[in-house]
Write a protein that binds this ligand. Structure first.
Ligand code: MLT
Length: 234
């Protein structure tokens, strides 16, 4: 489990990077692809995201937890499920405060996939087939640690402890312990999370309950040809 700022200190070559931003970027992008979005172009800047509308993309953008001006969607997974904006068959250009940035910082890895509680089993199964070390890149909040992303790292390590040496790093051991502390009731545990409190203030509290569900979608979004699509290779 690494925060994006530490990535320059870490050689991702030969490894699989699992990008995680539970609240809410990777949860939302997994939901989007499961809901029929064909592909996702993560953008660094708002202007880049908005410009892709001219090429027929739906645009999704969040800054500080709030939907940005002049785009079709914010960063709630419900935006891809409630039918207000039809998404099936469309490409989505997206930019968020932390999640898309973490992805762009991780492209030196042999493979880059999105992880969320929503596709936890699918990510674990994908990693078992890669026979490579995995690095969980925790997007956090503006360079700061966040509970929910590291909880995911612990949950993933627990699923993989029969297949990987999860004692290889203290960060993984700490994430495992955090997960074992929280797992009896993850939603209750995360009420203390700074971003949950931030989202509740922004009246996005239903997003957290959705984003902590495990194994809802059996898909793994993977970075190929400068976009994210559902992995269809074994
Ligand atoms: C992010 O990518 O920074 C987070 O998902 C922020 C959010 O959507 O609340």
């Amino acid at each position: 489990c690494f925060s994006p700022e530490l990535l320059p200190l870490f050689d991702l070559r030969g490894r699989v990077a699992v990008i995680v931003d539970i609240l809410r970027a990777t949860s939302s992008m997994v939901t989007a692809l499961a809901a029929g979005v064909t592909h996702i172009v993560p953008c660094s800047e708002l202007a880049e995201c908005r410009a892709l509308a001219a090429q027929g993309y739906l645009t999704a953008a969040e800054r500080d937890g709030v939907q940005a001006e002049g785009v079709d969607l914010g960063n709630s997974p419900f935006g891809y499920l409630d039918g207000v904006v039809p998404v099936r068959g469309r490409g989505v250009a997206i930019t968020t405060t932390n999640g898309t940035r973490a992805l762009h910082l991780s492209l030196a890895a042999d493979a880059v996939v999105l992880g969320a509680f929503l596709n936890l089993a699918a990510v674990a199964s994908f990693l078992r087939r890669q026979n490579k070390d995995a690095v969980v890149v925790c997007a956090g909040w503006k360079g700061h640690f966040c509970l929910e992303d590291t909880l995911f790292g612990g949950a993933l390590a627990e699923r993989l402890q029969a297949d990987f040496d999860v004692t290889a790093s203290d960060a993984t051991l700490a994430a495992l312990d955090l997960w074992r502390t929280a797992q009896p009731d993850v939603a209750a545990y995360l009420l203390k999370s700074a971003h949950v409190r931030r989202l509740n203030h922004l009246e996005a509290h239903q997003d957290m309950a959705f984003c902590v569900q495990q194994d809802e979608y059996d898909i793994v979004p993977i970075w190929r040809d400068n976009q994210l699509t559902i992995n269809n290779e074994q």
